[in-house]
Design a protein around this ligand. Structure first.
Ligand code: API
Length: 261
């Protein structure tokens, strides 16, 4: 099968994008996604997304982790697929599309490389020891620490993701250092089973957890730095519920090509 693909990245979280409105890409076989995402033998990416038609929405997003399995919601992927939809002429500057965790509204800059993506409302944040655990479309564990720059995110993230509590379903593990003006975040992602340069649902989970932790109420804007760049989270918090949650950041097309599998 010959596949025409596009490569996108959002703050260094990188994805293969395929226009599958004609349903020509058959995804019954995990191995195809695994092979395409492989950084040595394929194109290389943290995940693969299909843009498909949907009767009630501008388009539907299907997201696979680089291990070949259908993932839960991917925030940076969501931002990238909005940029891709604009590139294809499927949308203009605003959209309502469908993802695995439900409908999402997003708006995109005129240049097509900055996307504000609305995330699901959140009303439950649990604790695991000192860490926060919540689902922002994907499950996340959030632990605060110092000297995050030098921390072994791979070994420690992997150990938490595979402990007795999380082993079966898996979890994305986020470490956060409060730098005063911004939060510095590093994430070990399930489904990639490695540290990635950014995780959109992860930094969203971090921003909400830190607001609860610091007893912040009202309209909150949280600047975030990750290994691959800068992101911003905006939301309203009344002490119980997080609403109008937006993940804002860059989404860039890197290249396009053909590959046969
Ligand atoms: N990188 C993604 C998260 C992918 C979710 C995946 N790792 C899973 O838990 O299935 C993001 O930007 O939100």
């Amino acid at each position: 099968m010959n596949i025409h693909f596009f490569k996108y990245q959002g703050a260094g979280n990188d994805f293969i994008l395929i226009d599958n409105r004609d349903l020509s890409f058959k995804y019954t076989d995990n191995n195809a996604v695994l092979q395409l995402c492989n950084r040595r033998f394929g194109i290389g990416a943290d995940g693969l997304m299909l843009l498909q038609n949907h009767a009630d929405y501008d388009f539907e997003m299907l997201y696979f982790n680089s291990d070949g399995n259908l993932g839960s919601m991917c925030g940076n992927g969501g931002r990238c697929i909005v940029a891709f939809a604009k590139h294809l002429g499927v949308i203009d500057q605003e959209t309502d599309f469908l993802a695995v965790d439900g409908p999402h509204y997003a708006k995109i800059s005129e240049e097509g490389n900055w996307v504000d993506l609305q995330m699901i409302d959140i009303d439950t944040i649990n604790k695991d020891g000192d860490a926060y655990v919540l689902n922002t479309g994907s499950p996340h564990y959030v632990a605060e620490m110092q000297n995050l720059k030098d921390y072994d995110v791979y070994q420690n993230g992997k150990a938490i993701r595979n402990n007795e509590t999380y082993k079966k379903e898996g979890i994305n593990v986020n470490f956060v250092e409060d730098k005063g003006d911004y939060l510095f975040v590093r994430t070990f992602e399930r489904g990639v089973e490695d540290e990635t340069y950014a995780c959109g649902t992860g930094v969203t989970a971090v921003a909400l957890s830190m607001a609860q932790h610091n007893h912040q109420i009202g309209h909150i804007e949280t600047p975030i730095k990750v290994l691959g760049g800068d992101l911003k989270i905006q939301f309203d918090y009344d002490g119980k519920q997080f609403t109008n949650v937006f993940l804002c950041g860059p989404a860039e097309q890197v290249f396009e090509g053909e590959i046969s599998i």
